[in-house]
Design a protein around this ligand. Sequence first.
Ligand SMILES: [Mn+2]
Length: 271
Amino acid sequence: MAIYVMSDIHGCYDEFKALLKKINFKHSQDQLYLVGDLINRGPKSLAVMEYLMSHPTSIFPVLGNHDLSYLVYAAGETRLRKGDTYDEVAQSPDAKKIKKYLKKQPLMRYIPKLNVAIAHAGIPPFWSIAQALSLSHEIHEQLTTDDKKNYQHLMQKMFGNTPAAWDESLTGIDRTRAIINYFTRMRYLNLDLSMDFDNKTENYDAKIMKPWFQFDRALHQNCKIIYGHWASLGIHDENGTLCIDSGCVWEGELSVVQIDSPTFKLTSFSF
Ligand SMILES: [Mn+2]
């Protein structure tokens, strides 16, 4: 048995299948975790979703910002942005099933026996792993609610850049948005630990901000965090955290790391 974490697939179904073949992945005995951004931008989002849904006992995704954005779109709450390829999924006969599947996925997963956590953008330094799991669960409850009015409200208000900072006393949609943004959109944190939403490059003024993983992570108690989202950063191992987004959909590679191997063996693929 082997346990893997794979980077942002973004609808790159052919690369996804080729990479599984390259590592000789066996659904009967291996486990595959996904860092999110399963769909959008790439050519075959529907095929990716069909494949994930047909392997519920071996594939375990977390949600990325593009997956959440799809849910918002499927709820009729946003117009397509340039480059979005959601219609293939939204107009498929399985659209309802796909929506149900995505809503059930968490923002974070934790594997106790390996002390490894997985979240799309990472986990901010001021949440313990236990607290982060509990916050992920708060959002899970909201996404899986039977209350249609509350769900629609969440879809209407999910995205936005405020509040930019976490505060334990946040409530309602502000709290929800802050949790979702830290888990799925974070890159740089300002020195006051608020999120910077603009800088996607590798250049920054250290007097103002730092990448989230450079802050003191004592609260995480040596938990290894594996994340994606930051394609321009690429494969990046620093301070007990590992970015595996090697930008498959941006003409880069799709990557997978075996987390139950002592060396965290990395395998990548591109055509
Ligand atoms: Mn992303």
